[in-house]
Design a protein around this ligand. Structure first.
Ligand SMILES: [Zn+2]
Length: 126
């Protein structure tokens, strides 16, 4: 790619990060990726390295799918947490902690489903 980029982070493997390799078709929820900022045009660039064939792919619309959607889901969960019509007492009561745990699981599941539905990858020749 001809984009002028900041130095990318080192490769790191993340749990709950979905990736399907456009080179060999292998899919995983434990993707190896790194993030950089492109200066021309200014945007987030996220590259994934296939754990099977070791080739590199680039996430399309990374600003939206890697940053925007997870932030939107997180904000929606905070809104839900503060508007639940449950009188559970103080935040540290067992009912409140159980509701918080359920919300965290729902947020993780939503993030994974949205990532699975929206993430698309382009072949990259680095
Ligand atoms: Zn591959």
């Amino acid at each position: 790619m001809s984009d002028e980029q900041t130095r990318p982070e080192p490769w790191k493997q993340s749990r709950f990060s979905w990736f399907r390799c456009p080179h060999c078709g292998v899919a995983t929820n434990r993707a190896t990726s790194r993030t950089a900022l492109s200066k021309q045009p200014p945007r987030v660039v996220v590259d994934y390295q296939c754990n099977s064939c070791r080739k590199v792919a680039r996430l399309r619309r990374a600003g939206l799918t890697h940053v925007g959607l997870p932030v939107a889901i997180g904000l929606a969960m905070v809104y839900v947490a503060y508007t639940l019509p449950i009188d559970t007492g103080p935040w540290y009561s067992p009912a409140s902690l159980a509701a918080l745990a359920v919300l965290m699981i729902v947020e993780l599941a939503l993030t994974l489903i949205v990532a699975r539905l929206t993430k698309r990858f382009d072949k990259c020749v680095d």
